[in-house]
Design a protein around this ligand. Structure first.
Ligand code: FES
Ligand SMILES: [Fe+2]
Length: 385
């Protein structure tokens, strides 16, 4: 017997919702508020732990006007500091990355020297003035979290719980050997749009048929302008249908996100059959990143605001060492497909931003398929309210 048509389990918006005020996407004061309340509080993705792997290796990272120094100590612990000397505030490390000489961080201005734990070890003055105690001047600490080969920082005095920053339980990625994967390729670009424009676009597939023709062929449900079966109010009519157009997933015969749909390396041995067949599993950590686990590689996208209308996008492609060493390995199969999809997204994000200044446009309106944007907007409002 057919199930009666009901919209009970329909995910989409049933009540029209306005978008955020248009000025939220370009107003400098609004941008500063979001930098303070969102970007300087939440865990923000920096890069792979392998970039600071050996003792005494360091890496610097800028987030808005905040400059951060990450240092691996002799015991293997990764520590984070503001990249600022306690004497008169000079920048400590001007290089992007490198290895410290000796077990010290030394300021180039007046030569104050700190241990890798941040303690002030040495000043260069000829005498010590009464009331000055070096123990009062360690480097300013920044919270660092290493998770499965990924490095995150939080500038908050009391950072939020790490796992709570992700949309699904972190264990969802247990089948992927994340910590041992190597970076095979990194691509960076600057998008002329506000950082929220990127996340809005990420959260809907209404644009997919028009903007992503090859992706829409590869993932047929995207060709219907939705991401999940329950974004269709009539989903029950096709509830038992195994056609990927209705149930989601890759087109028949495609195994992964590559130009051909063929694997570019051996599938990860630790994946469950379900994960292998899913072909793509997303883990999203607002505001700065998402990870996509494919059967044979992992894609990591990092977002970093540069200005109210400028956002850096960085894509890392991770593979096993074995895949990278294979003479038949064809990187273009991966970057040519996934990179192209992201380039299509970046282009429409810029298109979106370019129209937002119209004096008459006070805010947009969300369509039913854009229910995740509504959730994102609620999150932004709650974080900055
Ligand atoms: S500012 Fe660093 S030693 Fe003076
Ligand atoms: Fe897209």
């Amino acid at each position: 017997m057919a199930t009666p048509q009901s919209d009970l389990d329909f995910n989409g918006l049933k009540v029209s919702q306005p978008g955020l005020p248009a000025a939220y996407y370009f107003d400098p004061a609004r941008y500063q508020l979001e930098m303070q309340r969102i970007w300087q509080r939440h865990w923000v993705y920096v890069g792979r732990a392998q970039e600071v792997e050996l003792p005494r290796s360091f890496k610097t990272f800028e987030l808005g006007d905040q400059k951060i120094l990450l240092v691996r100590d002799q015991a293997g612990a990764l520590r984070g500091f503001h990249n600022t000397c306690r004497h008169r505030g000079a920048l400590l490390c001007a290089q992007e990355a490198g290895t410290l000489r000796g077990n010290a961080i030394t300021c180039a201005y007046h030569g104050w020297s700190y241990g890798l734990d941040g303690a002030l070890r040495r000043t260069t003055s000829l005498s010590v003035a009464a009331g000055f105690d070096p123990r009062d001047y360690p480097l300013y600490q920044v919270n660092v979290r290493e998770w499965r080969g990924f490095v995150f920082v939080s500038l908050a005095a009391q950072p939020p719980p790490f796992a709570a920053g992700f949309d699904v339980p972190l264990g969802r990625m247990d089948g992927w050997p994340l910590e041992t994967l190597r970076t095979g390729h990194v691509a960076t670009q600057v998008m002329r749009c506000n950082w929220k424009v990127f996340w809005e676009n990420y959260n809907e597939c209404l644009h997919c048929p028009g903007v992503h023709p090859s992706l829409s062929r590869m993932v047929p449900i995207y060709g219907r302008a939705i991401m999940e079966p329950r974004e269709d109010p009539h989903w029950r009519e096709h509830a038992g249908d195994d056609d990927p157009k209705y149930r989601g997933g890759m087109r028949r015969g495609a195994k992964t996100w590559t130009r051909s749909g063929e694997l570019i390396g051996k599938p990860f041995a630790t994946l469950s059959e379900k994960d292998r067949r899913a072909a793509y599993v997303y883990l999203t950590g607002l505001p700065s990143m998402f990870i996509v686990g494919h059967p044979d590689y992992v894609r990591v996208v990092r977002l970093r605001p540069l200005a109210p209308e400028s956002t850096e996008l960085r894509i890392e492609y991770l593979f096993t060492a074995e895949t990278l060493a294979d003479p038949a390995f064809d990187l273009d199969q991966v970057t040519g497909f996934a990179g192209e999809v992201l380039a299509e997204d970046a282009a429409v994000c810029e298109l979106n931003q370019a129209g937002l200044h119209a004096l008459a446009h006070l805010e947009g309106v969300l369509m039913p398929e854009e229910y995740l944007l509504h959730q994102f907007h609620d999150w932004v409002r709650a974080e900055t309210g």
